[in-house]
Design a protein around this ligand. Sequence first.
Ligand code: SF4
Ligand code: SF4
Length: 337
Amino acid sequence: MYQLKFDENLCKTCPTGDCLVKCQYMDSNKNEAIEEMVKISKGEDSFVLQNCITCYGCEEYCKRGNHPFYLVTERRQEKGILTAPRAITKQWINIGEPRGKFKLGDIKKKVLSFGFMPELLQLVKGRLFDDVMPSYVFGQEFFCNVVYIHFANTSIIKERLPMVIDNFRKLGVEEVVCMHDECYGAFASLAPAYGMEVPFKPIHYFEYLYNRLKELSNEIRPLNTKVAYQRPCSSRLSSDKHHFVADIMQLIGVDLVERKYQNENALCCGDVLGMAFGYEIKNDVQKRNIDDMVEHEAEYCVFNCSACQNALAIKVAKRGIKPIHIIDICRMAIGEK
Ligand code: SF4
Ligand code: SF4
């Protein structure tokens, strides 16, 4: 069985304890943060195991590569500390179960992976993708399963993710452009953290979009608008790719507003929070986030994750902000929308 690589000695010499010091849902100072992480590593109880709301943020805050959130998730499962009612967890786990109903395009060495997000089948269109499409995969057989860290369940990931990786290997692909950043995080962060070998190069779709827009730069018409970016929880697993949001917005002539809840301080869409931790926290997070977008006069709310868009699109629209996926705003800039 795969084991998480977590080094408590890195915590003992940590200069910041940023994993918990920066946590937006708990108050800790440096010494307390280090003490709690060492306790969790040893398998002892900690308030963090009770209070973590699974925002994934500490995976980004820890600059020592020590995977504090994966550790919290491991220990919660070991101790039976559930984050959601058993029935909801089971329902979600069933949704991701491979059923042999996956779809394959005309597979080449480079493929787009839609994971198991049907919305992507509609979104991924036009010249931005015509150098790779129709080389794509879709279905549970290619679904990264990382979402189950919201449900304190790493054992299902350890069981299914190696099978998903093997499904890509059987296709003989060399490069996988992950159209959802949780999928990229699975191959670039979680798999290495558990010692799983990934026999292809994962590419974050932001990087792909940025390079493709540069190839099509003669066709870009600056959009001259103000946008707020809704950063999803899963983006914390690939924080080294987050800069591409600003890079892409600059390329298409868009002003990314400097708001309170962005970059490391971003708030998640609240979708999982409502399901697992109650409507009070969900409503609070969503209200603060949308108020912040309104205050900074964003004309559009740019989404990366379809689940965030499903959770917030109507709510931002009611406040006078147009919801749009980052792929669509890029297509607008090259005159396709
Ligand atoms: S998990 Fe990372 S940030 Fe937190 S105490 Fe350990 S080394 Fe420091
Ligand atoms: S996942 Fe989020 S809520 Fe949980 S400990 Fe990390 S930063 Fe805090």
